[in-house]
Design a protein around this ligand. Structure first.
Ligand code: AMP
Length: 116
């Protein structure tokens, strides 16, 4: 399922170029265009099944497990053996800018202990 006005759907469809670092049947991951750490990768479901974490239910939650498995594999392949951070911004107060659920993988340096 693809939403025509969604930038991440266009990336998943190959209509907008991206620096892809991971792909499987359901998930793709690409370098964030405005990196906030030496390694900053965005993981998305290929299909626009969820707009935000607020849409997760018992019935559709498997894709979240798929994404976390993809994150773990990618962290390993990118050499983040010393640790990393996973972030999901949800909704207006969470400062989510792209309404296609995604998780940020950040690492490659000691990250700040606080975000506010
Ligand atoms: P969020 O603010 O959590 O919705 O995250 C959206 C992220 O997508 C931001 O970190 C943006 O820098 C990133 N982003 C937006 N457009 C692109 C793009 N074309 N390629 C890669 N990353 C993008």
């Amino acid at each position: 399922m693809k939403k025509d006005d969604c930038i991440f759907c266009k990336i998943a469809a190959g209509e907008i170029p991206s620096a892809k670092v991971y792909e499987d049947e359901n998930v793709i991951a690409f370098r964030d265009i405005a990196p906030q750490a030496p390694v900053h990768v965005v993981f998305i479901p290929k299909d626009h099944v969820l707009s935000s974490a607020d849409d997760i239910t018992e019935d559709n939650a498997k894709i979240i497990a798929d994404i976390f498995v993809a994150i773990k594999k990618t962290a390993e392949s990118l050499g983040l053996e010393n640790g990393y951070r996973i972030i999901n911004n949800c909704g207006e107060d969470g400062a989510q800018s792209v309404k296609h659920i995604h998780f940020h993988l950040l690492g490659g340096k000691k990250l700040p202990e606080r975000i506010v």
